[in-house]
Design a protein around this ligand. Structure first.
Ligand SMILES: Cc1cc2nc3c(=O)[nH]c(=O)nc-3n(C[C@H](O)[C@H](O)[C@H](O)COP(=O)(O)O)c2cc1C
Length: 160
């Protein structure tokens, strides 16, 4: 399957989860693109959209499966990803999976809110979210939860 992961990540946490998923999916024979969006900083002049730089693979035009991920900024979805999702050329895939990362140990401390924001933006574009997950970076079980989620997501994508 063609699988596109689009991730907004500033310090690398969200990107690291996306990279784990990409590696596992490629091991099972899928074609995976990983597009990395980042807010521009004052030293970088390569912006293609005000305030944003695009790294990694080009944004896909179509895909069987989409995975969208961002991080929590002030108890909400980070502004860069919110702005991206509100303005992108919508891609309708067969499945759309979502995850966010945040610092706090429990999902109700901002992560759930950010996921709701993504779902709401996507719902306005007639995109239904197949699964969602919050990674609580300061929770001691976070590394295990990432591994478990990667396993589960590969199975979901493959319909197992
Ligand atoms: C400006 C700013 C605001 C943040 N606000 C929150 C917050 O409200 N709640 C939280 O749990 N983490 C917050 N964080 C932490 C990030 O959500 C967390 O480190 C996340 O994993 C960063 O993802 P990234 O490494 O992919 O950029 C904030 C970080 C920054 C830089």
């Amino acid at each position: 399957m063609n699988i596109s992961i689009i991730v907004h990540s500033q310090t690398g946490n969200t990107l690291s989860v996306a990279q784990k998923l990409k590696t596992r999916l490629e091991e099972t024979g899928h074609f995976v693109s990983l597009s990395h969006i980042k807010d521009i900083d004052s030293k970088d002049t390569s912006n293609q959209q005000p305030g944003t730089i695009f790294l990694g693979d080009e944004l896909p035009e179509k895909s069987d499966v989409l995975v969208l991920a961002g991080w929590v900024q002030a108890f909400s979805l980070c502004q860069g990803f919110s702005s991206f999702l509100n303005n992108w050329s919508t891609i309708k895939a067969h499945q759309t999976h979502v995850f966010v990362t945040h610092h706090f140990p429990y999902a109700w401390m901002g992560g759930n809110n950010a996921v709701s924001q993504i779902k709401s933006i996507l719902s306005n574009q007639n995109i239904t979210v197949s699964s969602s997950k919050v990674f609580n970076w300061s929770n001691k079980n976070n590394p295990k939860q990432i591994d478990l989620w990667v396993d589960e997501t590969v199975k979901r994508i493959e319909g197992k």
